[in-house]
Design a protein around this ligand. Structure first.
Ligand SMILES: Nc1ncnc2c1ncn2[C@@H]1O[C@H](COP(=O)(O)OP(=O)(O)OP(=O)(O)O)[C@@H](O)[C@H]1O
Ligand SMILES: [Mg+2]
Length: 267
């Protein structure tokens, strides 16, 4: 069994909820409630669950983009969350990458593609020929290296998501987290990106955490799955087992409600 790269223990996150009337007491939303999770080095973990179940909150805590109300996060054995020192956060950013769902919102329209993709290299002080690395990573995600000179509005949704992915992996992180990174893409682009992620796993030993509504994506990419409901993990295990023999009624309903397995993205 390989080592745990990322782990969360007893993770909780509450958000304050302002009172709506003078007579109502101010309360809070429990977005995450006592979650334990382990991600082994080189593995791929899928996170599924209905809307509002806490998936994005969990990945934000795991990447120190937000601080837990309770519990701890460790990356490579070192405790690090959003309250960590600048030095520790810099180290975590160097080791991780993230790609979000919306390829339109996530790219700064005023920056050239080359600057967008290369920005982590400069921000994180990664040594080496940075321009060459930008061209190399653009080719890796299936884009022309010359596209570095152009701007995001010149690209389709699928191309933009490749740009976002290139930016997330340009500094060769150990862990890549995707929060529904493939949802906005059509079937063909989605299977190309799946193939690329599979290659990165095999070639570089990249560890993956993928939030996805698409069972085909989870089945194709992930070794393990956690199922979330109301801020808790209600079921977890090897992907085949959870998808084929869900133990919890909620998981069965969830699997029945989400898009059927796509022949292009299933094994
Ligand atoms: N910044 C915030 N302020 C207040 N409430 C929040 C905030 N972020 C999340 N929540 C609440 O926490 C709960 C979990 O939200 P989260 O975004 O983690 O769900 P999700 O599983 O990612 O959903 P989706 O599939 O729709 O993306 C929801 O009830 C949400 O309204
Ligand atoms: Mg979300």
């Amino acid at each position: 069994m390989s080592d745990v790269l990322l782990s969360g223990r007893g993770l909780g996150r509450r958000f304050p909820m302002p009172r709506r009337t003078l007579f109502e007491r101010a309360g809070h939303t429990v977005a995450l409630d006592d979650v334990d999770v382990d991600v082994r080095e080189g593995s791929a973990l899928g996170i599924i669950g209905e809307s509002g179940s806490g998936k994005s909150t969990l990945v934000r805590l795991l990447l120190a983009l937000d601080a837990p109300t309770s519990g701890t996060v460790e990356f490579a054995g070192r405790g690090v969350d959003a309250r960590a020192s600048a030095r520790d956060l810099h180290w975590l950013r160097r080791e991780t990458g993230i790609v979000f769902q919306d390829p339109y919102a996530s790219l700064d329209p005023r920056m050239s593609v080359g600057r967008i993709v290369g920005e982590p290299l400069w921000a994180l002080g990664v040594d080496g020929d940075r321009r060459a690395r930008v061209r190399e990573v653009l080719a890796e995600v299936g884009l022309e290296p010359d596209m570095a000179e152009r701007f995001p509005h010149e690209f389709s949704g699928g191309q933009r998501q490749r740009i976002a992915l290139a930016r997330a992996i340009v500094h060769r992180p150990r862990l890549l987290v995707g929060d529904e990174p493939l949802s906005a893409l059509d079937v063909t682009v989605r299977s190309q990106i799946l193939e690329l992620l599979t290659t990165l796993r095999a070639r570089d030993g990249l560890t993956l955490v993928m939030v996805s509504h698409d069972i085909g994506v989870v089945q194709n990419l992930c070794d393990e799955v956690v199922v979330m409901k109301d801020g808790r993990i209600v079921e977890e295990g090897p992907t085949e087992k959870v998808l084929q023999q869900p133990q919890v009624a909620y998981t069965r309903r969830l699997l029945a409600s989400i898009p059927a397995i796509d022949p292009d993205t299933s094994r």
